[in-house]
Design a protein around this ligand. Structure first.
Ligand SMILES: Nc1ncnc2c1ncn2[C@@H]1O[C@H](COP(=O)(O)OP(=O)(O)OP(=O)(O)O)[C@@H](O)[C@H]1O
Ligand SMILES: [Mg+2]
Length: 377
């Protein structure tokens, strides 16, 4: 279309010089023309509108006064020197703080004098579309890289955790043997302390590896099971009750409606509960008032899990960051900052929501899991 219009313009400019200005003035394509030294001879209305110029301003002026890009000016300069009759050039210009992408077309008209005709086609939508396609491709590539990384991590996690389990088992044996001794020398006590350190650190390695394994997979292929909530809660707290007892934290479980079932991936829901309980434990372990309360309620469309602790809430300045991976306020070595991001990922994969109840005077995390997921998944 543009080519046809340009050819028509050339015919006009070559043959009908007197009426050319008027005829070209209302063309919908921005055009302007120069003499052989690149001084403006004329423009149409569209060109002036587009580049926010007035006719009086530019006639007789050199193009470099308004188009000062080095590359663009080199292209124009070379075109004038060469014997080429036409050329195209893609160039982007900032107009009213927006980058507009143009395809400039140049034509030489040599009858009677040498005139250079420049037309500009706004190709911004095309360029933006291409950029969008490029970024979608990048995203697809990125998620396939993540999938490969997930598979690799899973394999590596297994390779790491098996020898770690062997270390823990041997260290436990040594610890037991030492503890069985009637009199422990200072050296024995020192060995015992070191062994306990080895065991603690090994458990930490296991935990980090498990967390990384968890976060790098989406768990989307685990089957959904119709799960009795009271069983799920009891099995979950089994895994942390010892730690809570040691810290003298009172765990209260409000009565759960008998026969309340939920379609879910039970191991994952259990993982969320353990992460939340672990966080509460860390937050209140040194407080005077120490309790954690778990409530599970049938909330109509979903089952609502609430976990409240005796803390005084999450400070507003960190509340929006706590579900980000690796965000932690814990000392180096005691928190990886993965617990809540993993929990959020699991809740998302159950089409639910995880949030803080800001109206509660204590720290209260809630996660809602919709009912009937087996029927839709
Ligand atoms: N119950 C809570 N009370 C106070 N702060 C909390 C509570 N739960 C989470 N937080 C804050 O949110 C941060 C992020 O929690 P998250 O569970 O993601 O990581 P973490 O507990 O620091 O480390 P990890 O869980 O990997 O061992 C915590 O470091 C803490 O600052
Ligand atoms: Mg945590």
């Amino acid at each position: 279309m543009l080519i046809v219009v340009i050819n028509v313009i050339i015919v006009y400019m070559t043959n009908l010089n007197a009426v050319t200005d008027k005829a070209l003035h209302y063309l919908p394509i921005p055009i302007c023309w120069f003499d052989k030294n690149l001084n403006f001879l004329g423009t149409n209305k569209k060109f002036l509108q587009l580049f926010l110029l007035s006719e009086n301003q530019i006639i007789g002026e050199h193009i470099s006064k308004y188009f000062d890009s080095y590359n663009f000016m080199s292209f124009m300069g070379n075109f004038v020197k060469d014997t080429e009759l036409s050329a195209e050039y893609q160039h982007s210009i900032l107009i009213e703080r927006k980058l507009v992408h143009f395809k400039f077309s140049l034509q030489q008209i040599t009858n009677p004098d040498r005139i250079i005709l420049l037309s500009a086609e706004d190709i911004t939508p095309l360029i933006e579309k291409n950029q969008e396609i490029f970024s979608l491709k990048e995203k697809a590539l990125q998620s396939s890289r993540m999938a490969i990384l997930g598979e690799m991590t899973s394999g590596i996690a297994h390779e790491i955790n098996s020898p770690v389990a062997v270390i823990i088992s041997h260290a436990d044996q040594i610890k037991l043997r030492l503890k069985r001794k009637e009199h422990l020398t200072d050296e024995n006590l020192d060995t015992l302390r070191r062994i306990e350190r080895i065991i603690k650190t090994s458990y930490r390695i296991e935990k980090i590896v498990r967390s990384i394994k968890m976060i790098s997979r989406d768990g989307a292929h685990d089957p959904f099971q119709n799960t009795l909530i009271s069983d799920l809660i009891n099995e979950s707290i089994e895994l942390c009750s010892e730690k809570l007892k040691n810290n003298k934290i009172n765990l209260i479980i409000d009565e759960i409606e008998p026969g309340l079932f939920l379609d879910c991936r039970p191991a994952q829901i259990s993982q969320i509960l353990l992460n939340l309980i672990g966080n509460s434990n860390d937050a209140i372990a040194q407080s005077d008032e120490k309790w954690i309360r778990i409530q599970v309620k049938d909330a109509g469309d979903c089952v609502r899990f609430s976990l409240i602790d005796s803390g005084k809430g999450i400070p507003a300045e960190i509340a929006t960051s706590i579900t980000e991976s690796f965000f932690t306020t814990k000392e180096v070595g005691s928190g990886t900052g993965l617990g809540l991001s993993i929990s959020k990922k699991i809740v998302d994969s159950h089409f639910g929501q995880l949030y803080i109840d800001k109206d509660c005077p204590n720290t209260k995390f809630i996660f809602d899991i919709p009912k009937g997921l087996s029927a839709v998944i």
